[in-house]
Design a protein around this ligand. Structure first.
Ligand SMILES: [Zn+2]
Length: 442
């Protein structure tokens, strides 16, 4: 049943087992925010670490940066966010609920008030049709820096990590002077004041991105685009364990692309909420570097080491959302089957992402010699693999169910035979098969 899960099943498992909780749960929540519990932190960290290893550490052409969340506001003037990073907001005059106009009517993001009225939609909340004018609502979170709260102190929480990379391009070129093509990668939080956050962590107001700006000679953008697209699929399928049949490339049509982009591929995934964007790959030309050159008055030229030719590189951007990736990983891994007439839920996570790789338990917790031997095995496995958990609660069947639900691939049980012959029972999450294995072969 992999991939047939419903969103409610995933949300419920995440809360029940300590992966993801509603943000500020104890005070009744905070719309559009989510908190990670002990299991969720481990899963998220592994996903982000695998990404960093794949895209940065295992390649010769990628470097990392980590920019501040609060940037000089000129960043957002140069990038266009200050003027155009907005969604069409419409308010129902009857119940005062606010909606994104293009989500409740078949209209574009740039819908005019008259166009929206002509669409004759009823309020999804109260069912009436009495709308205020559609307004463009800027999605950047505003804050004030320093103790004076006036126009000169206004700053924004970054709405994307990309600009923290672009604004450091010159620093990196001037200091380490990498060969072209090269990429700069960044992971970190971004903030968008979404009008209607929804669908679990899919669209939230505070989220985490993993982005790369890959700088190329403009004459070579096409082959670099193809090669990055292949790498995206390799990463999603072979490092994140997503099934290839659930991943789809959408060539974004010219009229739907950002005006500066000459090619964009949205990589979509079959979520329980439908086929939606998991990540994007966009050819952004020299749009961002030229914006920064204009706003800062500094040259963004790169001088080729061989030909001595100077030019402004073009950029290809693979952009990943951590939460969307977590959701895809959970959906791919979620499975239900029946064991002895009872429903069994298992998260069939790949070994490199499972929060715990092994669960170790003594068959009986009131036998000191079993507990001592189990502790020995636990310490050995933890030294070897790091992520190992201990469980001596309830009966063995209950322990297996719990470990299945949190995605632990192998459960190791120490019994009286272990004391005699140094073997243990290893039970597999996916097949439920149990085999005897020598402790030193674990
Ligand atoms: Zn209403």
């Amino acid at each position: 049943m992999c991939g047939m899960s419903r969103l409610e099943d995933i949300v419920s498992l995440c809360k029940r087992r300590g992966f993801i909780f509603p943000g500020s749960d104890i005070y009744g929540g905070m719309s559009g925010t989510w908190d990670y519990g002990p299991l969720g932190v481990m899963l998220k960290k592994k996903i982000m670490d695998q990404w960093w290893r794949y895209w940065v550490e295992d390649r010769d052409d990628m470097y990392g940066v980590d920019a501040a969340v609060i940037m000089n506001p000129r960043t957002w003037v140069a990038s266009g966010h200050a003027a155009t990073f907005s969604d069409p907001l419409v308010e129902c005059k009857e119940c005062h609920q606010r909606f994104r106009a293009d989500k409740i009517a078949d209209v574009s993001e740039n819908v005019s008030p008259d166009e929206f009225r002509a669409a004759h939609v009823k309020c999804p909340n109260c069912g009436k049709e009495n709308w205020d004018d559609v307004k463009q609502f800027n999605m950047m979170f505003v804050t004030h820096v320093g103790s004076v709260s006036d126009d000169s102190s206004v700053a924004y929480l970054r709405p994307e990590t990309a600009q923290g990379i672009f604004t450091n391009y010159k620093n990196v070129v001037d200091t380490i002077y990498p060969d072209l093509p090269f990429g700069l990668a960044q992971q970190g939080k971004a903030f968008r004041n979404e009008i209607s956050p929804r669908d679990f962590v899919f669209r939230s107001r505070e989220f985490e991105q993993m982005e790369i700006e890959y700088f190329v000679n403009p004459a070579e953008w096409e082959k670099n685009f193809e090669s990055l697209l292949r790498d995206c699929h390799d990463f999603l399928e072979n490092k994140m364990g997503l099934s290839a049949e659930m991943i789809h490339d959408l060539e974004v049509a010219p009229e739907d692309r950002a005006h500066y982009s000459k090619r964009t591929v949205d990589i979509e995934f079959d979520y329980p909420i439908g086929r939606e964007e998991l990540m994007g790959l966009a050819y952004r030309t020299d749009f961002d570097l030229m914006n920064i050159a204009r706003e800062s008055g500094k040259s963004m030229e790169y001088r080729d080491k061989m030909t001595n030719e100077a030019f402004v590189p073009h950029v290809i951007e693979p952009s990943f959302g951590v939460e969307r990736l977590i959701m895809a990983v959970l959906v791919s891994a979620y499975s239900e089957d029946e064991v002895n007439g009872e429903k069994r839920i298992a998260l069939k996570l790949p070994e490199n992402l499972a929060p715990y790789r092994f669960c170790v338990s003594p068959l009986l917790k009131n036998k000191p010699e079993l507990v001592a031997k189990a502790r020995e095995v636990y310490d050995m496995l933890r030294d070897k693999y790091g992520n190992v958990t201990w469980d001596d609660s309830g009966n063995i069947g209950k322990r297996y169910r719990k470990q299945d639900e949190i995605g632990t691939p192998k459960c190791v049980v120490i019994d009286f035979d272990s004391l005699e012959n140094g073997t243990v029972t290893v039970r597999d999450r996916d097949t439920m098969a149990q085999v005897r294995v020598k402790i030193e072969d674990l």
